[in-house]
Design a protein around this ligand. Sequence first.
Ligand SMILES: Cc1cc2nc3c(=O)[nH]c(=O)nc-3n(C[C@H](O)[C@H](O)[C@H](O)COP(=O)(O)OP(=O)(O)OC[C@H]3O[C@@H](n4cnc5c(N)ncnc54)[C@H](O)[C@@H]3O)c2cc1C
Length: 456
Amino acid sequence: MTAARTRRFDAIVVGGGLAGLAATERLAARGLGVALVEKRDRLGGSSAMSGGWFALSGTAVQRRAGVEDADDVFLSDMVDAGGGFADPSLLEALVAGQAHAVAAIDRADAWTDELKVSAGMTIARAHLVRIRRLLAHLENEALAAGAVILRDHPADELITEGRRVAGIRSGRAVIAADAGVVLTTGGFSRSRELLDLFVPDQAAAMPYGGVGNTGDGLRMAWMLGAGLADIGHVAGTYGQHADATDDEHELLTANYLGAILVNARGERFADESESYKVLGTAVLSQPGGMAFQVFDSGVRARSRPGVPLSDMERIEELGHLASAPTLSELGHRVGMPPGVLERTVGQYNDSVAGRAADPFGRAGLVNGVGALAPVATGPFYAYPAVTAMTSTYGGLSVAPDTSVTRIDGSRIEGLYAAGEIVGGFHGASYMTGTALTKALVFGIVAADRITGGARA
Ligand SMILES: Cc1cc2nc3c(=O)[nH]c(=O)nc-3n(C[C@H](O)[C@H](O)[C@H](O)COP(=O)(O)OP(=O)(O)OC[C@H]3O[C@@H](n4cnc5c(N)ncnc54)[C@H](O)[C@@H]3O)c2cc1C
């Protein structure tokens, strides 16, 4: 290292989204000298763009809503959502560490009372949190405790002393860390190269997520022999308008409120209660890589203005929701062949009424939960949506204490990872809200691991 350029801290956190801010705040609060380096001119990453849904069990919000949940049900739902591919030791650590997330949200006063069942859940467990308030709180607390936050500082390389990670290089600057480096650089949803390499079947998904999320942390850790988990399962999320901007996502899951999905020909093609990741892959192979969420006035009345994934008002304000008094007019308006939409809806309504079996096996609103209703009362609506690569849930293999592990399972000394960069939690699919919970919980776990290590 070139001494003149080297700054020295106890710990370095690389990437300023939720996981990075949680780790930085905790490290600083525990009295360590910590630098958070962020590639962009602003903090937040995908976390700041997100819907703010956190999966948590046994909370005060659930109790107030009369929802009975338990940690073992949360755990078994996650195992099921991941198709048995997720690492149970990581899922157990997530459930055990929930109290960290709850305490952090409490301190930031960022709760809302919004609670719902969403993808992968058998119980209302998705909690809407004021995510930007939480991020701002963590940043302010970190600064108040003495953390140094360096924007416009992309980490380019991990520096080692022997086999131990001892710092990073950012441009010409070298920053040394005595106790550890935490990678919280998010996923690779903005890297065409890595998406093509690992999940070429997802190539048509709309690139989304934090603009800086190009897999830098993954590449730096690979150079040291880090292993990978779940990376072939990465899939896009269905439900985004093709014209959505980086400033405002337009994800809508009206299907979980009772809408059906039909392709550009007016035909159904999937069980709409499935995870939006499973639907994302199914939609990529439909004509034009898109599908409409088609619903009636009953579903429209269930819109929740301001609530991500359920806000139809906002989609309508943006001019992206088509409507018509009859199904025939709606089909015509969105360019479907005449007569098909009416026939598709008629068949769906027959299966809802029990007159015929549903050809795709739909048995509930979401994940088999919630009573279905016919699409029957006009006006009728159609939201054209595509699959967006919002996040890439496969990544580095880690131990439950966030230590990055090599392919042979040994730990890379001094290197920790938390948040979307990590694989092994989600397996084949994803429960809504587990990405943010994971970022918050394991950011804190990484800090505690380093603090313990520093004191030992
Ligand atoms: C539109 C949208 C909605 C979502 N909604 C939800 C939801 O409701 N619930 C849920 O659980 N999940 C949701 N997700 C996923 C979730 O937001 C992310 O998985 C999570 O926020 C990741 O947090 P993170 O801290 O790991 O990464 P990020 O928040 O993405 O932060 C990573 C940071 O690292 C920085 N960085 C990258 N490379 C470098 C480098 N070389 N040097 C320094 N810094 C670097 C990036 O610029 C970025 O600031 C959503 C995602 C999107 C895009």
